[in-house]
Design a protein around this ligand. Structure first.
Ligand code: HEC
Length: 329
Protein backbone atom coordinates (compact mmCIF):
# COMPACT_ATOMS: atom_id res chain seq x y z
CA UNK A 1 0.00 0.00 0.00
CA UNK A 2 1.25 3.52 -0.79
CA UNK A 3 1.75 5.43 2.36
CA UNK A 4 2.80 8.93 1.39
CA UNK A 5 -0.12 10.69 3.05
CA UNK A 6 0.81 14.36 2.99
CA UNK A 7 0.52 15.00 -0.78
CA UNK A 8 -2.77 13.07 -0.83
CA UNK A 9 -4.38 15.13 1.89
CA UNK A 10 -3.42 18.34 0.11
CA UNK A 11 -4.99 17.08 -3.13
CA UNK A 12 -8.19 16.15 -1.26
CA UNK A 13 -8.60 19.68 0.03
CA UNK A 14 -7.65 21.26 -3.27
CA UNK A 15 -10.27 19.24 -5.12
CA UNK A 16 -13.03 20.38 -2.77
CA UNK A 17 -12.51 24.13 -2.61
CA UNK A 18 -13.03 24.94 -6.36
CA UNK A 19 -16.13 22.74 -6.37
CA UNK A 20 -17.69 24.82 -3.59
CA UNK A 21 -17.08 27.99 -5.58
CA UNK A 22 -18.86 26.64 -8.68
CA UNK A 23 -22.23 25.56 -7.23
CA UNK A 24 -23.90 28.44 -5.50
CA UNK A 25 -27.48 27.20 -5.03
CA UNK A 26 -28.31 26.63 -1.34
CA UNK A 27 -29.09 23.00 -1.96
CA UNK A 28 -25.83 22.50 -3.77
CA UNK A 29 -24.02 24.35 -1.01
CA UNK A 30 -25.63 22.18 1.66
CA UNK A 31 -24.84 19.02 -0.26
CA UNK A 32 -21.34 20.14 -0.88
CA UNK A 33 -20.87 21.01 2.77
CA UNK A 34 -21.79 17.47 3.70
CA UNK A 35 -19.48 16.14 1.00
CA UNK A 36 -16.72 18.39 2.22
CA UNK A 37 -17.03 17.15 5.77
CA UNK A 38 -17.07 13.55 4.58
CA UNK A 39 -14.17 14.12 2.23
CA UNK A 40 -12.09 15.83 4.90
CA UNK A 41 -12.90 13.00 7.32
CA UNK A 42 -11.68 10.59 4.67
CA UNK A 43 -8.55 12.62 4.16
CA UNK A 44 -7.71 12.69 7.85
CA UNK A 45 -8.53 8.99 8.07
CA UNK A 46 -5.86 8.35 5.45
CA UNK A 47 -3.50 10.72 7.30
CA UNK A 48 -3.90 8.63 10.42
CA UNK A 49 -2.85 5.56 8.52
CA UNK A 50 0.48 7.14 7.54
CA UNK A 51 3.48 5.98 9.65
CA UNK A 52 4.60 8.50 12.32
CA UNK A 53 7.66 10.55 11.47
CA UNK A 54 10.97 9.43 13.13
CA UNK A 55 11.14 11.26 16.46
CA UNK A 56 13.94 13.81 16.69
CA UNK A 57 16.64 14.04 19.35
CA UNK A 58 15.32 15.01 22.77
CA UNK A 59 17.39 16.01 25.79
CA UNK A 60 15.85 15.24 29.17
CA UNK A 61 18.72 16.21 31.46
CA UNK A 62 22.28 17.47 31.71
CA UNK A 63 24.51 16.81 34.74
CA UNK A 64 25.87 18.81 36.44
CA UNK A 65 23.72 21.84 35.64
CA UNK A 66 26.31 24.35 36.88
CA UNK A 67 29.25 23.71 34.61
CA UNK A 68 32.91 24.67 34.44
CA UNK A 69 34.90 25.31 31.26
CA UNK A 70 36.81 22.15 30.33
CA UNK A 71 34.72 19.92 32.59
CA UNK A 72 32.75 16.93 31.28
CA UNK A 73 28.98 16.88 31.33
CA UNK A 74 26.55 14.01 30.84
CA UNK A 75 23.60 14.62 28.54
CA UNK A 76 20.72 12.16 28.80
CA UNK A 77 17.65 11.77 26.62
CA UNK A 78 16.50 9.82 23.58
CA UNK A 79 17.02 9.42 19.82
CA UNK A 80 20.61 10.67 19.80
CA UNK A 81 21.59 7.97 17.28
CA UNK A 82 23.78 4.97 18.01
CA UNK A 83 26.98 6.88 17.25
CA UNK A 84 28.08 10.42 16.61
CA UNK A 85 28.87 10.31 12.86
CA UNK A 86 28.03 13.86 11.72
CA UNK A 87 26.04 14.79 14.81
CA UNK A 88 27.06 17.64 17.09
CA UNK A 89 26.69 18.96 20.61
CA UNK A 90 26.41 22.75 20.81
CA UNK A 91 26.98 24.92 23.86
CA UNK A 92 25.42 28.12 22.54
CA UNK A 93 27.50 28.98 19.47
CA UNK A 94 30.37 26.64 20.43
CA UNK A 95 30.70 23.04 19.40
CA UNK A 96 31.79 20.58 22.09
CA UNK A 97 34.17 17.66 21.75
CA UNK A 98 32.47 14.38 22.53
CA UNK A 99 34.02 11.67 24.69
CA UNK A 100 31.11 9.23 24.43
CA UNK A 101 28.05 9.04 22.18
CA UNK A 102 25.18 6.59 22.46
CA UNK A 103 21.49 6.75 21.65
CA UNK A 104 20.48 7.96 25.12
CA UNK A 105 23.66 9.26 26.69
CA UNK A 106 26.43 11.63 25.59
CA UNK A 107 29.52 12.71 27.51
CA UNK A 108 30.88 16.02 26.18
CA UNK A 109 33.53 18.53 27.25
CA UNK A 110 32.41 22.09 27.91
CA UNK A 111 34.23 24.09 25.21
CA UNK A 112 36.64 26.89 26.07
CA UNK A 113 35.04 30.30 25.62
CA UNK A 114 31.53 28.90 26.14
CA UNK A 115 29.32 31.48 27.84
CA UNK A 116 25.95 31.21 29.60
CA UNK A 117 23.51 29.91 26.96
CA UNK A 118 21.78 26.60 26.24
CA UNK A 119 22.96 23.22 25.08
CA UNK A 120 21.36 21.39 22.14
CA UNK A 121 22.07 18.57 19.72
CA UNK A 122 22.17 18.46 15.98
CA UNK A 123 21.38 14.96 14.69
CA UNK A 124 20.82 14.39 10.95
CA UNK A 125 20.17 18.09 10.39
CA UNK A 126 17.52 18.08 13.11
CA UNK A 127 18.00 20.01 16.30
CA UNK A 128 16.90 18.94 19.74
CA UNK A 129 15.27 20.99 22.45
CA UNK A 130 17.58 23.34 24.37
CA UNK A 131 18.62 23.04 28.01
CA UNK A 132 19.89 26.28 29.54
CA UNK A 133 23.11 26.23 31.56
CA UNK A 134 25.29 28.68 33.44
CA UNK A 135 29.09 28.63 33.41
CA UNK A 136 30.55 28.75 36.91
CA UNK A 137 34.07 29.89 37.78
CA UNK A 138 36.12 27.03 39.19
CA UNK A 139 36.85 27.45 42.87
CA UNK A 140 40.58 28.02 43.20
CA UNK A 141 42.02 26.12 46.13
CA UNK A 142 43.61 28.26 48.83
CA UNK A 143 47.38 27.88 48.53
CA UNK A 144 50.54 29.70 49.60
CA UNK A 145 53.56 29.64 47.27
CA UNK A 146 56.13 32.10 48.49
CA UNK A 147 56.83 34.80 51.04
CA UNK A 148 58.70 37.91 50.06
CA UNK A 149 60.76 38.24 52.13
CA UNK A 150 60.68 34.92 54.01
CA UNK A 151 62.62 36.52 56.86
CA UNK A 152 62.46 39.98 58.34
CA UNK A 153 61.95 41.82 61.60
CA UNK A 154 58.63 42.22 63.38
CA UNK A 155 56.88 45.40 62.34
CA UNK A 156 57.85 44.91 58.68
CA UNK A 157 55.44 44.13 55.86
CA UNK A 158 55.78 40.94 53.83
CA UNK A 159 54.10 39.89 50.59
CA UNK A 160 52.47 36.46 50.55
CA UNK A 161 52.13 34.94 47.07
CA UNK A 162 49.64 32.18 46.39
CA UNK A 163 46.18 31.50 45.02
CA UNK A 164 42.55 31.42 46.05
CA UNK A 165 42.64 34.55 48.21
CA UNK A 166 39.33 35.55 46.64
CA UNK A 167 38.06 31.95 46.72
CA UNK A 168 35.08 32.77 48.89
CA UNK A 169 32.54 35.05 47.26
CA UNK A 170 31.29 37.96 49.30
CA UNK A 171 33.40 39.54 51.98
CA UNK A 172 36.17 37.10 52.79
CA UNK A 173 36.95 36.57 56.42
CA UNK A 174 40.65 36.38 55.75
CA UNK A 175 43.23 35.93 58.50
CA UNK A 176 47.03 35.66 58.29
CA UNK A 177 48.80 33.97 61.18
CA UNK A 178 52.45 33.68 62.21
CA UNK A 179 54.05 31.26 64.64
CA UNK A 180 54.19 32.66 68.16
CA UNK A 181 55.69 31.38 71.41
CA UNK A 182 52.31 29.92 72.46
CA UNK A 183 50.37 29.17 69.31
CA UNK A 184 49.61 31.36 66.34
CA UNK A 185 49.54 35.16 66.27
CA UNK A 186 47.49 37.18 63.78
CA UNK A 187 49.21 39.47 61.34
CA UNK A 188 47.46 42.49 59.92
CA UNK A 189 46.54 42.46 56.25
CA UNK A 190 47.04 45.72 54.39
CA UNK A 191 46.09 44.90 50.78
CA UNK A 192 45.20 41.77 48.86
CA UNK A 193 44.55 40.49 45.33
CA UNK A 194 43.44 36.99 44.23
CA UNK A 195 47.11 35.88 44.16
CA UNK A 196 48.90 38.03 46.71
CA UNK A 197 48.40 39.76 50.00
CA UNK A 198 50.51 41.97 52.22
CA UNK A 199 50.68 41.71 55.98
CA UNK A 200 52.51 43.26 58.88
CA UNK A 201 54.70 40.84 60.83
CA UNK A 202 53.17 41.01 64.33
CA UNK A 203 55.20 41.75 67.42
CA UNK A 204 55.91 38.45 69.18
CA UNK A 205 56.21 36.40 65.98
CA UNK A 206 58.95 33.74 66.17
CA UNK A 207 60.68 31.46 63.63
CA UNK A 208 58.09 29.10 62.20
CA UNK A 209 55.50 29.49 59.47
CA UNK A 210 52.92 31.75 57.90
CA UNK A 211 49.41 30.48 57.19
CA UNK A 212 46.26 32.01 55.70
CA UNK A 213 42.72 31.19 56.77
CA UNK A 214 39.63 32.17 54.79
CA UNK A 215 36.17 31.45 56.16
CA UNK A 216 37.47 28.44 58.05
CA UNK A 217 39.62 27.05 55.21
CA UNK A 218 43.31 26.72 56.06
CA UNK A 219 46.14 27.10 53.58
CA UNK A 220 49.40 25.18 53.68
CA UNK A 221 52.10 26.65 55.93
CA UNK A 222 55.25 28.22 54.50
CA UNK A 223 58.44 28.76 56.52
CA UNK A 224 59.15 32.21 57.88
CA UNK A 225 61.88 33.38 60.20
CA UNK A 226 62.25 36.50 62.26
CA UNK A 227 65.35 38.68 61.90
CA UNK A 228 66.46 39.90 65.32
CA UNK A 229 67.42 43.45 64.34
CA UNK A 230 67.08 46.12 61.72
CA UNK A 231 70.09 46.02 59.44
CA UNK A 232 71.60 49.31 58.32
CA UNK A 233 74.11 49.75 55.50
CA UNK A 234 76.56 51.91 57.43
CA UNK A 235 76.44 50.01 60.72
CA UNK A 236 76.27 46.43 59.42
CA UNK A 237 76.74 45.97 55.66
CA UNK A 238 79.63 48.28 54.88
CA UNK A 239 82.00 46.78 57.49
CA UNK A 240 81.54 43.30 56.00
CA UNK A 241 82.23 44.48 52.44
CA UNK A 242 85.23 46.49 53.59
CA UNK A 243 86.69 43.55 55.55
CA UNK A 244 86.55 41.42 52.40
CA UNK A 245 88.34 44.01 50.26
CA UNK A 246 85.41 44.67 47.91
CA UNK A 247 86.26 48.39 47.70
CA UNK A 248 89.62 47.72 46.02
CA UNK A 249 87.77 46.56 42.91
CA UNK A 250 84.34 48.17 43.41
CA UNK A 251 85.32 51.48 45.03
CA UNK A 252 86.41 55.02 44.22
CA UNK A 253 89.59 53.96 42.36
CA UNK A 254 88.23 51.07 40.37
CA UNK A 255 84.67 49.98 39.57
CA UNK A 256 84.78 46.50 38.02
CA UNK A 257 81.63 45.72 36.00
CA UNK A 258 80.59 49.33 36.57
CA UNK A 259 79.78 48.55 40.20
CA UNK A 260 80.71 50.39 43.40
CA UNK A 261 79.77 48.86 46.71
CA UNK A 262 81.34 51.44 49.07
CA UNK A 263 78.00 53.27 49.37
CA UNK A 264 74.41 52.00 49.57
CA UNK A 265 73.58 54.18 46.58
CA UNK A 266 76.40 52.58 44.57
CA UNK A 267 74.98 49.12 45.23
CA UNK A 268 71.49 50.23 44.24
CA UNK A 269 72.69 51.97 41.06
CA UNK A 270 71.31 50.68 37.81
CA UNK A 271 74.37 51.07 35.61
CA UNK A 272 76.54 48.05 36.44
CA UNK A 273 76.81 45.26 33.85
CA UNK A 274 73.99 43.16 35.32
CA UNK A 275 72.18 45.86 37.29
CA UNK A 276 70.29 45.90 39.50
CA UNK A 277 72.45 43.76 41.79
CA UNK A 278 69.93 44.22 44.60
CA UNK A 279 66.21 43.48 44.31
CA UNK A 280 64.80 45.09 47.43
CA UNK A 281 62.82 42.74 49.71
CA UNK A 282 63.98 39.78 47.60
CA UNK A 283 67.44 38.55 48.60
CA UNK A 284 67.24 35.26 46.63
CA UNK A 285 66.80 37.29 43.42
CA UNK A 286 69.64 39.65 44.29
CA UNK A 287 72.90 39.27 42.39
CA UNK A 288 74.86 40.73 45.31
CA UNK A 289 73.97 37.56 47.29
CA UNK A 290 74.23 35.15 44.32
CA UNK A 291 77.77 36.37 43.55
CA UNK A 292 78.95 35.52 47.09
CA UNK A 293 78.01 31.84 46.93
CA UNK A 294 80.16 29.04 45.45
CA UNK A 295 78.08 28.86 42.24
CA UNK A 296 77.43 32.36 40.92
CA UNK A 297 75.13 32.56 37.84
CA UNK A 298 78.03 33.99 35.76
CA UNK A 299 81.65 35.06 36.24
CA UNK A 300 83.59 34.54 39.48
CA UNK A 301 82.60 34.10 43.08
CA UNK A 302 83.15 37.36 44.97
CA UNK A 303 85.41 38.61 46.32
CA UNK A 304 87.22 37.56 43.16
CA UNK A 305 89.82 34.89 43.94
CA UNK A 306 88.81 34.67 47.60
CA UNK A 307 90.35 32.11 49.90
CA UNK A 308 88.58 33.50 52.95
CA UNK A 309 85.20 34.06 51.38
CA UNK A 310 82.19 35.78 52.93
CA UNK A 311 80.78 33.56 55.73
CA UNK A 312 77.21 32.26 56.02
CA UNK A 313 76.56 34.54 58.99
CA UNK A 314 77.79 37.57 57.03
CA UNK A 315 75.69 36.60 54.02
CA UNK A 316 72.65 36.37 56.33
CA UNK A 317 73.29 39.97 57.45
CA UNK A 318 73.47 41.12 53.82
CA UNK A 319 70.26 39.16 53.08
CA UNK A 320 68.47 40.75 56.02
CA UNK A 321 69.49 44.17 54.79
CA UNK A 322 68.00 43.47 51.33
CA UNK A 323 64.90 41.78 52.77
CA UNK A 324 64.27 44.82 54.94
CA UNK A 325 64.22 46.97 51.82
CA UNK A 326 67.96 47.82 51.60
CA UNK A 327 67.71 51.11 53.49
CA UNK A 328 70.39 53.66 52.61
CA UNK A 329 71.37 54.74 56.14
C1 HEC B 1 89.92 41.50 42.71
C2 HEC B 1 88.84 42.33 42.24
C3 HEC B 1 87.47 42.10 42.83
C4 HEC B 1 87.11 42.04 44.15
C5 HEC B 1 88.00 42.10 45.40
C6 HEC B 1 85.68 41.95 44.15
N1 HEC B 1 85.19 41.93 42.90
FE1 HEC B 1 83.28 41.86 42.35
N2 HEC B 1 83.81 41.81 40.39
C7 HEC B 1 85.10 41.83 39.93
C8 HEC B 1 85.06 41.64 38.50
C9 HEC B 1 86.30 41.60 37.59
C10 HEC B 1 83.73 41.53 38.12
C11 HEC B 1 83.16 41.26 36.71
C12 HEC B 1 83.31 39.79 36.31
C13 HEC B 1 82.44 38.85 37.09
O1 HEC B 1 81.22 39.12 37.20
O2 HEC B 1 82.91 37.85 37.57
C14 HEC B 1 82.97 41.64 39.35
C15 HEC B 1 81.57 41.59 39.39
C16 HEC B 1 80.84 41.72 40.55
C17 HEC B 1 79.41 41.75 40.58
C18 HEC B 1 78.46 41.68 39.39
C19 HEC B 1 78.13 43.08 38.91
C20 HEC B 1 77.40 43.11 37.61
O3 HEC B 1 76.52 43.99 37.46
O4 HEC B 1 77.68 42.28 36.74
C21 HEC B 1 79.03 41.85 41.88
C22 HEC B 1 77.62 41.94 42.44
C23 HEC B 1 80.24 41.92 42.65
N3 HEC B 1 81.30 41.82 41.82
C24 HEC B 1 80.27 42.03 44.03
C25 HEC B 1 81.45 42.01 44.76
C26 HEC B 1 81.47 42.03 46.21
C27 HEC B 1 80.24 42.14 47.09
C28 HEC B 1 82.75 41.95 46.56
C29 HEC B 1 83.30 41.87 47.95
C30 HEC B 1 82.72 40.84 48.79
C31 HEC B 1 83.54 41.92 45.35
N4 HEC B 1 82.71 41.94 44.27
C32 HEC B 1 84.90 41.89 45.31
C33 HEC B 1 86.21 42.00 40.68
C34 HEC B 1 86.26 42.00 42.06
Amino acid sequence: MRTSSTPQSISCRESIVPAVALFLSPLAVATLLILTVLALAGCSERERLAPPEEPGPKITSMEPDSIEIGAQVEIEGAHFGANQEGSKVHFGTREATVALWSDQRIVATVPTSAVDDSVYLEVDARTSNRIPYAIVEPVVALRLDKLQPARTTTGDIITIWGAGFDGQPGSPEMIVTFSGPNGRIQGQITVWTPTSLRSWVPVGAVDGTVQVEIAGHLSNEVPFSVAPTRIAYTAHVRPILQAHGCFGCHGPDRAEAGLRVDTALGILNTRSTHAPVVVRWDSPQSLLIQKLGPNPPFGDRMPKGCTECVTEAEILTLRDWIDQGAPGY
